[in-house]
Ligand binder design. Structure first.
Ligand code: LMR
Length: 331
């Protein structure tokens, strides 16, 4: 073989070997999914179901590692970590996107949705779908919504009327709407990560918090709170997000398979949410650790009258058309 031919031949072999090495050592795409709640919650179950479905649909091509209970990242860090590529999927509560978009503040408006069917109607409609894209400029993509449920008020003292909440400290998620909601009844809101809530309640550093039945049950808040007012005053739902860079870096077939698995897992997670809002409530009642306070219509109306003016304050940031669409979904 001539020297020049030999050089070309060597080059071809080297390139072929490199290509082979890339293919054989590239391995599956690993999706790290980080969340803050327990595994026996709607979000915990949805994440585990997603792992099961996607690994079955795309064997050897995609692997999902689920990190529950703020093990990998807590509330305040997960979206920053996602933009850095340290985690690929998460499902923060809609109340935790303040730094990224103002429009999602809609979901925190007190007494906006009458039940979870109204929430689904809104989310599946044009405004809800548009909101999935509201994080685009910040490099994030909303892949879908997941339900948890309506929030209740837990406290170390009974809360029947708004005056009972006066001067009491309540932990809230990092949302200005939620802060305004508690200020409207003369209470003191404190923005704290979910991972700190149990200890804050146990040590009486705070008086109360708001959450769904499944979070109150799975994180044992009911064991350290004497009273839970069944107020159904607000919504706790999630947006499943990923980074645009990660999402657009995937091949079409992986993206399609991952999205189809996620859509299925969301349907499953929403069923879990509906069940848990009944079952976990009952488990708390049965435990007799916490007294459930049911409000009369007149008492509930007092909370509505105090809290609802908060809507006006945020109307400019959210958009009146969005609020009107949400109201219309109650029909
Ligand atoms: C909370 O911080 O109370 C919730 O967002 C936790 C969760 O993710 O359900």
């Amino acid at each position: 073989m001539k020297k020049s031919n030999f050089l070309v031949f060597s080059l071809v072999v080297a390139v072929a070997l490199m290509a082979f090495a890339t293919v054989s050592f590239a391995g599956p795409v690993v999706i790290k999914f980080s969340h803050v709640v327990a595994e026996n919650t709607p979000k915990g179950q949805m994440a585990n179901k997603f792992k099961e479905l996607v690994e079955k649909r795309l064997p050897g091509k995609v692997e999902v590692e689920v990190f529950p209970n703020s093990q990998l990242f807590g509330d305040n860090k997960v979206l920053e970590a996602m933009l850095l590529g340290d985690v690929h999927m998460a499902a923060p509560s809609l109340s935790k996107f303040k730094k990224y978009t103002k429009s999602l503040q809609l979901y925190d408006l007190p007494f906006l949705f009458k039940d979870m069917d109204a929430v689904s109607t809104f989310q599946n409609g044009p405004y809800g779908q548009k909101m999935l894209m509201s994080l685009k400029k910040k490099g994030l993509v909303g892949l879908g919504y997941l339900h948890n449920g309506l929030k209740q008020l837990s406290s170390s003292s009974p809360l029947r009327v708004p005056a009972d909440a006066q001067k009491k400290k309540f932990r809230i998620m990092s949302s200005d709407v939620l802060a305004a909601q508690f200020e409207a009844v003369g209470a003191m809101p404190l923005k704290k990560p979910f991972s700190e809530v149990f200890t804050l309640l146990q040590t009486r550093a705070i008086d109360g918090q708001e959450n769904t039945w499944s979070n109150i049950y799975s994180k044992k808040f009911f064991e350290v709170q004497g009273y839970i007012t069944e107020s159904n005053h607000g919504l706790l739902d999630y947006m499943i997000v990923t980074s645009s860079e990660f999402w657009m870096g995937l091949s079409d077939d992986l993206r399609t398979g991952i999205k189809a698995s996620l859509d299925e897992a969301i349907i499953f997670g929403n069923k879990v949410a509906a069940q848990k809002s009944v079952e976990d409530r009952q488990k708390i009642i049965d435990s007799k650790r916490s007294k459930i306070i049911q409000l009369t219509d007149a008492e509930r109306q007092l909370w509505v009258d105090k809290m609802k003016p908060v809507w006006k304050k945020f109307e400019g940031q959210i958009g009146k058309d969005y609020i009107d669409a949400a109201i219309a979904s109650n029909k």
